[in-house]
Design a protein around this ligand. Structure first.
Ligand SMILES: [Fe+2]
Ligand SMILES: [Fe+2]
Length: 161
């Protein structure tokens, strides 16, 4: 059973679920790790869909449980390290767009939790939820990789310089 997301950072509607702590890594390697996890999570979502199509619900549950853990650690790092850096440099107003992107963590996570209750859904409902999750997730990671991570890197360079 997946836990309910608990804390909300600064009332911005951003999820801070679970017992995860931010990983202590240098920014460049953290970003490399996060990008690698995007690939892993996309593969996981694809595997979950294939498992559902084959009615292999054991594999589906296992894949979703793995994704849940990975996603929760991942968003802790994004919100605690990347977003904190951007807000620190740009202010809440200046980082409005980045905050908006990170607010997508909550609907993504809620959709993941809904999918984890696949036993109560019809096959078409499950497929529709998985399709919606894939679209949300793809849009979200594209914004992170194309806009947010490069901006965080350049701002941290400016801070150090
Ligand atoms: Fe994210
Ligand atoms: Fe991400």
């Amino acid at each position: 059973m997946i836990e309910e997301p608990s804390r909300d950072s600064g009332g911005m509607g951003i999820v801070r679920p679970g017992p995860f702590l931010p990983r202590k890594m240098e920014l460049k390697s953290l970003i490399r790790t996060l990008v690698g996890e995007h690939t892993t999570m996309k593969e996981g979502l694809r595997a979950a869909r294939e498992a559902a199509q084959k009615h292999d619900f054991g594999a589906l549950a296992k894949t979703l449980a793995g994704l849940d853990l990975l996603f929760r650690q991942h968003i802790v790092d994004e919100e605690s390290t990347i977003l904190r850096l951007l807000i620190g440099v740009l202010g809440t107003k200046g980082a409005e767009e980045e905050i908006r992107v990170f607010q997508q963590h909550r609907p993504i996570y809620q959709l993941m939790r809904r999918i984890a209750e696949f036993a109560s859904m019809s096959a078409s409902e499950l497929e529709a939820n998985q399709e919606e999750l894939r679209n949300l997730f793809d849009t979200h990671v594209a914004a992170e990789e194309k806009q947010i991570f490069p901006k965080a890197k350049s701002l941290s360079g400016r801070l150090q310089g």
